[in-house]
Design a protein around this ligand. Structure first.
Ligand code: BTN
Length: 242
């Protein structure tokens, strides 16, 4: 990954640029990185705060030949790969919050956004967007984020080399992505459960069919979160969990 590379000082969103490049035929593993995003996007239509030169705002193009319903598994592959990269580079206790947030000491340091184009039930390409708050300092977080978000530098009390982190992230992503394509989801599922900070906790999941409250038990074979509720164990596919 990263053999093909587009680096920009400022973009609206690396996702937009990566989609454009993918439509023009960018190969698998192509990467877009920007120093600053003016319209960084998050999940659920939210925006992603992307101040200049302090984070890693990166989009990776993947072209797996997989059926569309398996796409959410790739988000979980990415969260396992990135948690390992960030852990090994910083030594910080990075935990995964389903489906795709990475937390340190309970606050978010990394968000993952998976966007895809499909054709006839097959994935045509995926743009995997990653935002890592690396050297973002406290004063650069808007008020409403201070409670929920943090950076590696704030938690580790030192700054980190972004190029070194990027290399490690791309290496782990490539390893775990290839491992997933060869061996399937099960090894990822096990590792994900080991890094998840939320297992055994009571959580509320907002699903299209309403709120579900229960204890997070683990992942099923498809990547859905298993919630132990009053109605029994329910799989939660895609939702927002606070
Ligand atoms: C989330 O947690 O809501 C996902 C955030 C994803 C942010 C990254 S930063 C690089 C890429 N470009 C974007 O506009 N968003 C993703």
């Amino acid at each position: 990954f990263g053999q093909h590379f587009r680096y920009r000082a400022q973009v609206t969103s690396t996702q937009a640029l990566a989609h454009e490049w993918a439509r023009e035929g960018a190969p698998e593993g192509a990467v877009v990185i920007a120093e600053e995003q003016t319209e960084g996007r998050g999940r659920m239509g939210r925006s992603w705060h992307s101040p200049p030169r302090s984070g890693i705002w990166m989009s990776l193009i993947l072209r797996p030949s997989l059926p569309l319903p398996l796409a959410p598994q790739l988000t979980l592959v990415a969260s396992v790969a990135l948690s390992r990269a960030l852990k090994s580079e910083t030594g910080l206790p990075v935990s995964i919050k389903w489906p795709n947030d990475l937390l340190v000491h309970g606050k978010k340091v990394c968000g993952i956004l998976t966007e895809l184009r499909g054709e006839q039930d097959q994935i045509q390409y995926i743009v995997l967007g990653m935002g890592i708050n690396v050297n973002v300092t406290e004063e650069f977080f808007p008020k409403e984020l201070k409670e929920k978000a943090t950076s590696l530098a704030i938690e580790g009390k030192q700054t980190y080399s972004r190029p070194q982190l990027i290399c490690s992230m791309l290496k782990e992503l490539e390893t775990w992505y290839n491992g997933y394509l060869t061996h399937g989801f099960e090894p990822i599922r096990i590792l994900w459960e080991e890094s998840a900070g939320m297992l055994g906790k009571m959580i509320t999941a907002r699903t299209p069919s309403g709120e579900k409250r229960g204890i997070a038990k683990g992942l099923d074979a498809t990547g859905a979160l298993l919630l132990e509720t009053e109605e029994g164990i329910l799989p939660v596919f895609s939702s927002y969990i606070d």
